[in-house]
Design a protein around this ligand. Structure first.
Ligand SMILES: *Cc1c(COP(=O)(O)O)cnc(C)c1O
Length: 403
């Protein structure tokens, strides 16, 4: 008998730092998944805002297969054609002049933070080392990025953490102004807080951060790991705001499910990443780069981006209809296909209770913190899948209310 892994095997063989749901999906196509028993699910979770083109999209499968039969990996002792094409394509679409490639969002942010520190040392000396970020922000799980992140539970209990990090309140410029000085090296901010509960920045906030950075010779770093590459309806979310960063990080949607990350910056800032200052064995490997290139060329088209706005409206309409029936949501918010529904006080912190019910009804969703239901589906999810998935979600919420 061939061995079929079970959910119990997770507890047996894997470190207990995750608590996966009971079902094990084994196959995906578009916005649908099938588990070991052949049960079908509609996927509104998208691998946590990663599967930007759903599962096994033919454009990505083709890029992966073609590159997989040509060249996988060289290390950065050599450059490779897919990495160069990807970097050029990112530069041509953005404010950036230069790209550093890596394999995850946390690594992209780690690179951004190290670059900001090195740039400050190069231009202003070692005293300019303060990094400002925000309460409830999320920037990754390396020791530096959990320390910059604004959720203390992720950095506590790991011994001495990197210093020189200050936290202000999101969407509160005055709280930033109080911390800001000529020793400020950089501000790191998500244009919409993702893990923190899907809270969009106000335009005045991002504009004000830009002005404060300019005033104090600090770098503005946008963490667009979750919001970027079409997720919010524009190629990067900051385009909605007309505010340009000095450094931007991307991952998640960028690879459509293949691990890849990127840090984008200007020529002037990039100069501080001189030869030997930073690196990664896998960063910019040919396989990841080929897939990411295919993903961004497919996503950054008027058809796909306009389609995201239409899909947003349909999700919002259905969530509002569900709310008219059950009154569980206090606010429905978000941009593009990163949509959050905050629970009312009567259902305080019960967003997570919806997830197992939703799985029983055949739809996969997410939470962002304990109090916000989060949807991050494929950017090209068919309308029929949205309607069927929302009908299933409605049944799950009905069960929550009637329980
Ligand atoms: C997911 C996420 C990260 C971390 O990305 P990993 O690929 O898990 O390292 C960083 N910043 C934001 C805003 C994220 O949503």
């Amino acid at each position: 008998m061939p061995y079929t892994p079970s959910r119990q095997d997770f507890d047996h063989y894997m470190t207990p730092n995750y608590a996966p749901q009971s079902v094990i999906p084994v196959r995906g196509e578009g916005s649908r998944l099938w588990d070991q028993q052949g049960r079908e699910y509609i996927d509104f979770a998208g691998g946590i805002a990663v599967n930007s083109l759903g599962h096994c999209h033919p454009v990505l499968v083709d890029a992966l297969k073609t590159q997989g039969e040509t060249l996988w990996h060289l290390s950065n002792v050599y450059t490779n054609e897919p990495a160069l094409k990807l970097a050029k394509s990112l530069v041509e679409r953005t404010f950036a002049d230069k790209v550093y490639l890596c394999s995850s969002g946390g690594e992209a942010n780690e690179a951004a933070l190290k670059l900001a520190r090195r740039y400050a040392v190069d231009h202003f000396g070692e005293k300019k080392d303060k990094i400002i970020s925000f309460a409830q922000s999320f920037h990754g799980r390396t020791l530096f990025t959990v320390s910059v992140g604004g959720q203390p539970k992720y950095s506590q209990g790991f011994g001495p953490v990197p210093g020189g990090i200050l936290h202000a309140e999101y969407n509160d410029l005055e709280s930033v102004r109080r911390l800001m000085g000529d020793d400020t090296c950089a501000i790191m901010v998500e244009p919409m807080q993702g893990e923190g509960g899907l809270i969009p920045a106000t335009p005045e906030f991002l504009q004000g951060l830009r002005a404060l950075c300019d005033e104090h010779d600090a770098l503005l770093v946008f963490d667009e790991v979750q919001t970027g590459v079409g997720r919010c309806g524009t190629f990067f979310a900051h385009e909605h705001y007309g505010v340009t960063p000095d450094i931007l990080t991307s991952a998640k949607s960028l690879g459509g499910g293949f691990p890849v990350g990127a840090m984008l910056t200007t020529d002037k800032v990039a100069a501080s990443f001189a030869f030997g200052t930073h690196g990664s064995t896998y960063g910019g490997n040919a396989l990841a780069s080929a897939v990411a290139l295919a993903a961004i060329e497919f996503i950054d088209t008027p058809e796909v981006l306009q389609g995201i706005a239409q899909r947003h409206d349909l999700f919002r309409k259905r969530l509002e209809e569900i709310n008219e029936r059950f009154g569980v949501f206090q606010e429905i918010r978000g941009m593009g296909l990163l949509i959050g529904a905050q629970m009312t006080p009567a259902y305080q912190d019960r967003a997570k209770d919806i997830l197992p019910l939703a799985i029983e009804e055949g739809v996969m969703a997410l939470v962002a913190g304990p109090n916000v239901l989060r949807l991050a589906p494929s950017l090209v999810i068919p309308e029929a899948d949205i309607l069927e998935g929302m009908a299933r979600l409605e049944r799950a919420i009905e069960r929550l209310v009637n329980a």
